[in-house]
Design a protein around this ligand. Sequence first.
Ligand code: HEC
Length: 141
Amino acid sequence: MKKTFAAGVVACVMVAVVWADNRDGHVYKKTASVHDLMEYMVKPAMDKIKTYREAGGPSGKDEWKTAFGAITMVNEAAQLVLMDGRIKDDPWRDGASQVIAASGDAMMGAYRMDADGYGKGLKAMSAGCKTCHDVHKKEKE
Ligand code: HEC
């Protein structure tokens, strides 16, 4: 009985979420090139993360909060490369999906100030970058 009730609540929440989504009535339309998403959204976030890593951190609440925020940008960018006709092939889709999942783990690590979970999430995230880059990011000549 309790289970049925819980399932009912979950179903209602899901309906509400879908409804809220449609109610917004906004259709995403890309404005940035993939290059610009990488240069202006992903790179600054990764630079911040790299600075902390080189200092052996993040350390302290503020740095963990900033690390969390930086990773949310990477997560958002990885979602954007899957939208509005940007997907090119399977490595593209797989790489971005890996980044989305792993950045979620890294965000959880940062939120908990758990260096181990954070590090593992970031490592898996980089593997996702590589999956797409191996095929789609050409070396500069
Ligand atoms: C779905 C594919 C895809 C994924 C996933 C992806 N990238 Fe990229 N990235 C690209 C492409 C395509 C380019 C080349 C863009 C261009 O210069 O035209 C690029 C270029 C870049 C650049 C160079 C930008 C510049 O200033 O020239 C950086 C830095 C970068 N990516 C970082 C990352 C990081 C870090 C991740 C993972 C967190 C990541 N990318 C994930 C597709 C991807």
